[in-house]
Each structure stands twice: as C-alpha cells, then as structure tokens.
Design a protein around this ligand. Sequence first.
Ligand code: ASP
Ligand code: MG
Length: 419
Amino acid sequence: MSLIVQKYGGTSMGSPDRIREVARRVARFAREGHQLVVVPSAMAGETNRLLALARELHPEPSPRELDVIASTGEQVSIGLLALALQHLGLKAKSYTGWQVPIVTDASYSKARILGIEDRNIREDLAEGTVVIVAGFQGIDDDNNITTLGRGGSDTTGVALAASLKADECQIYTDVDGVYTADPRIVPEARRLDRITFEEMLEAASLGSKVLQIRSVEFAGKYKVKLRVLSSFTDVNSADMGTLITFEEDEDMEQAIISNVAHNRDEAKISVLGVPDRPGIAFAILDPIAKANIDVDMIIQNASSDGMTDFSFTVHRSEYQRAMQILEPGIRKAIGARGVVGDDRIAKVSLVGIGMRTHAGIASKMFGALAAEGINIQMISTSEIKTSVVVDEKYMELAVRVLHRTFDLDKAPTEEKMKP
Ligand code: ASP
Ligand code: MG
C-alpha cells in the first residue's frame, strides 16, 4: 500500500461528467489499496470568470478580496468531487486550504506555503477516507485567505506530498506528459518518459505550462517523486506519463537536449544612454523589485564614452507597470537618455543537462536561427539552457527549426547520448 497525492487540473474537473471520471480513477486507486489525497483545481475557466467578476465591480480590486473570490473555485470542486466519490461508495472528505490549514505568507495572489498542519488528514487516511484538499489556496497568520498564483494547485499537490511523505505525486492534466516541444507548434514532438528535475525546472521557468514552477522547486527541495499524466486516458490505463527524476538517481542514459521551450508572455525594456557608473543597475532594478515585478533576462552593453544601454525582460502583464516606474521617474533620477520597450517579443530556449558536457550547442542553435533569417535580440544562458529573445512573429518558426536541428523528433540514439 502506498500514499499517493493526485492533483487534477481544471479541464480534468471541467464538467460533472469529467468529475465523475476523476472519481472513477481515484476509486480505482483506492480499491487497489492505496491511501489517496486528491487536490483538484477549479473547474476550467472558473478562476478567470471569478477574477473578471471582481473587475466588474472595481477596476483595481483589493488583492485581499481578489483572493477571497478566486479561492472559491476550488471550494466548489472539492465538494463536488467528494460527492462523486461518496456516490461510488467511498469514504471521502473535503478540506479548503484554511480548514487544513495550509499556512502561507501574506503575499496575496502569489503566496508561498510555509507549513501544513496535516494531522487531520493523516487521521482520515488511516480510517480509509479519501481526503480532498482544495488546490491554490491557504491562510496567512492573520487568518486572511491567500492564493498561490495561477496554476498554484500543482504546488498544493506537491507540498502535501512533501508534508505527508507520499510515495508519489501524480499531476493529472489534459496532456499526457512532458514533450520535446509544444505539440501544437511541433506536430512531431515526442513525449518524454523521463525528464530530470533540473530540466523540468528550466522548462517550467521558460514558460512550459505543464507545471507551475513553484511546484517543481518544491519537488526538488523535498525530493517528491513527481509524475505528469493525462486524465483523459481510460481510467484503468497503465500509462505512466512522464516521470520527473533526480539526476543523481539516474542510471539511464540521457539525451543531450531534452526539449525546446517557448514563452510569449514576455516584454523587453531598454533604458538607453545610462551613465556607466556603480549603482546604476541597482537604481533601475530596485524600484522594479520593490513593486514585486519579476525580472528575467538582464543585459548591459559594454560602454562607450561612459554611456551604456541596459535592457531586461519582464512578464508581459507587468510591462505597463514597469514602464510607468521607469518613465519618467527613474530615467530622470539617473540621467538616462530614454526608455523604450517592446511587448511583442518571445523567448525560445533549448534545455538539456547534456549542455554541461557538450560544447558547441549554442553556436549550432544560433546558426540554425540565422539560416532562417531570425534575428536574436537577447541571449541568456545557464549551465543547462540557452535562451534567445526573438520577435514574437518568429517564435513558432524558431521552435520548429530548433526541434529539427537537434533531432528531437527521434528517440535518443547512441550518438545523442552522453558517453
Ligand atoms: N484555479 C487556479 C488557476 O486557474 C489554480 C490552478 O488551476 O492550479 O490558476
Ligand atoms: Mg495547471
């Protein structure tokens, strides 16, 4: 017997019929003798609907009330799923985030989980009850309801798995695993049986929407065995989806490049004609950080005549706010010539742990893009990733070209593997 946490996404919970399917799958595992904690998302589209409702009543809704409203989607889901399970003859009990409680910090709409009081859950499990916990939500020290950021139910699932020391955390979604690229862009994309935790972390941070990045970080920190699978297969299917592995336990050979990721939710901002002296990068980015805007790539040009340009990227939804902070306030304060921006850019990235041991990957990537006439606006690298910023209109082409250039449509063969 093992303890399994199963998280079901919004499409999996999208209608009464879908919820019945989820219940059947949960029941199958329960009847095989496993203990189950189930974490559903809100029904598909529900969180968007709730947030839009809020904005109908106030153009700039208070973050606290937004979380009160947004968290209700999952509350409906847990109750419905408990009923569906009870109707199948199982013992099932639902908990909202605050009922558990899942304690978070106080950052509304992007709260972090600080701890889980899981005693009641353990007792229920010991009695053979299926425990259903609302995803995406928690409560802070002052009893305010918080939410964990869009896609945050993944993190609830992984955090519960970590806290309960579950044998496995299964993330059920509308795709059947992690692919070498988005199959809607690259029809030949292949599903990966395994991906390392580090590659998954890069892919999630690069915009692969399969898992919320915080859930991957959490899984890495607490060594949660994580698996991504489809809830649209037959309830009795033996399909194992994609397992996220830890490199050190990895005895299998690994492809050099695992996937091509993309992200169109990006915007670029350049501060032009900045005096090249100590403190300038801080003067530009500190107010951005204080406004809680995440900065991704950062580039500063080599200076000429004591002047330089400073560019960085932010999430597209925070572009206007970042521009307002810089122009005119910060620009004047640091004596820069101007601030320009572009919110029609996209980031395309190549990810693979083999980059550590193989030279020439980046140059091969740039050559392939050049051959298609795609201009690279920014570049950033880590040990296992190379990312480029390109005009949004070339994004899909860039993804396809790289997928082909690195033969990702073919299963790993000897020469694609590490020696
Ligand atoms: N319902 C929330 C959202 O749409 C959380 C989740 O689905 O994971 O972002
Ligand atoms: Mg999701």
